[in-house]
Design a protein around this ligand. Structure first.
Ligand code: CA
Length: 395
């Protein structure tokens, strides 16, 4: 280290104070990718600051695999250091760095944990039946997604093409005409489990390192034609966007809230004494215009219940696995976390600046941000997830 030091100034209203410090993987100008934390408008280089090679890598996996006591120790040390002058070569302007996917993602699961979203989609996709299918209140419904097409925030998304059927006409193949978003929260697994040994609700914090915003891009026309009877496939697998910054669970200690009433009471393996939801407020901007504010606190199933369910059969989890909540929607129209809900299946266009929209047009950009109660008496921010739609390849 050189002798020069700098103090990172944190404004009183900063969403990224020392009580937050989300983790990411970044490269300073001309440098290699390595692990850092965001502090105010700076990124701290942990390999330099902590002199530990586990952070001189282009992924967080090696650190995550070290487990919760090590995560706590590093966080405690960083919180001390954040209050002191830091070596200049460990501090970079946020605007000057490049970010990549912070984790090498293993398996990816997507749930369907919002009762308002599941009810809305039930009404739209199956208008003649009960909105919720009989299993919905008994287990967190989910599916295994495609980990290899998860991209970091800022990556453009090419409009997918696929097979769809309009009305009773024969199916055709072409660019999706009903391209949508799903505003979600993702949970990043740090410590693995053993195959054959379910992870109970109470063990959530021993395995999950942190959370990050997710946009599960969805082609509704492709989805509606293909999904029965095996569920989402090509309508979802072309791209899923993940924030570049992962907020450690510890930073959300004051965001824990009771779950909504669960009726019927879940089976014992989904029931925990200390189970909780998270009071995280999302904001979705469409071409810079805020169009909806989904409340995570309304989610029916907790993150711990989702993990308990996905391992209930003995399936193991590995460092770097990601599972997402499913679309976050609240009961109000301006709390819906997808455009198919906001536009009610395309019937009610949404005002976006000077335009109106039902689904995404080429060139549109969507940015999801979120805040939560922090541990220092002020809100903290989650890292944004942003993506722009590019025209479909010629088909
Ligand atoms: Ca989804």
């Amino acid at each position: 280290m050189s002798g020069a030091t700098v103090r990172v100034e944190v404004a009183a209203d900063s969403l990224f104070g020392p009580e937050n410090m989300p983790y990411g993987v970044f490269a300073p100008p001309g440098g290699e990718f390595r692990v850092g934390v965001r502090l105010a408008d700076s990124v701290l280089d942990l390999a330099v600051l902590l002199d530990d090679p586990v952070f001189a890598r282009g992924e967080l996996n090696s650190f995550l695999a070290q487990g919760p006591s090590r995560w706590r120790a590093v966080r405690d040390r960083l919180r001390e250091l954040a209050e002191t002058p830091l070596p200049t070569d460990a501090v970079h302007d946020l605007d000057s760095v490049r970010t990549v996917l912070p984790v090498q993602i293993g398996d990816y699961v997507d749930f369907y944990a919002s009762i308002d979203h599941a009810s809305n989609l039930g009404r739209l996709f199956r208008p003649d039946s009960e909105p919720l299918l009989p299993n919905w209140r008994h287990l967190p419904v989910g599916y295994h997604g495609r980990a290899g097409t998860i991209v970091v925030s800022g990556t453009s998304v090419i409009r997918p093409s696929g097979q769809r059927r309009i009305g009773t006409a024969p199916p055709e193949f072409g660019p999706s005409q009903r391209l949508d978003i799903e505003a979600e929260l993702g949970f990043v697994v740090g410590a693995p489990s053993r195959q054959g040994e379910p992870v109970g609700v109470e063990a959530f914090a021993e395995h999950v390192f942190g959370v990050a915003l997710v946009n599960d891009w969805s082609a509704r026309d492709i989805q509606a034609w293909e999904y029965q009877p095996l569920g989402p496939f090509l309508g979802k697998s072309f791209a899923t966007s993940l924030s570049a910054w992962i907020t450690p669970l510890e930073a959300l200690a004051h965001a824990r809230v009771p779950l909504p009433d669960q009726d019927p009471v879940p089976l014992p393996y989904l029931h925990g004494t200390d189970d909780a939801g998270l009071d995280i407020d999302l904001t979705v901007a469409w071409n810079g215009e805020v169009v909806t504010r989904p409340p995570y606190a309304r989610m029916y199933w907790s993150p711990a219940q989702m993990l308990a369910h996905l391992t209930a059969n003995g399936a193991s989890i590995r460092t770097g696995d990601l599972y997402a909540s499913g679309t976050i929607s609240g009961p109000e129209p301006d709390q819906r976390g997808s455009f198919i809900e906001l536009s009610w299946g395309g019937a009610e266009p949404v005002v976006v600046g000077d335009d109106s929209r039902t689904f995404l047009a080429d060139g549109d950009e969507v940015t999801i941000t979120a805040t939560a109660p922090g541990t220092a008496g002020r809100p903290i921010g989650l890292g944004e997830v942003r993506g722009r739609i590019l025209a479909a390849h010629n088909t």
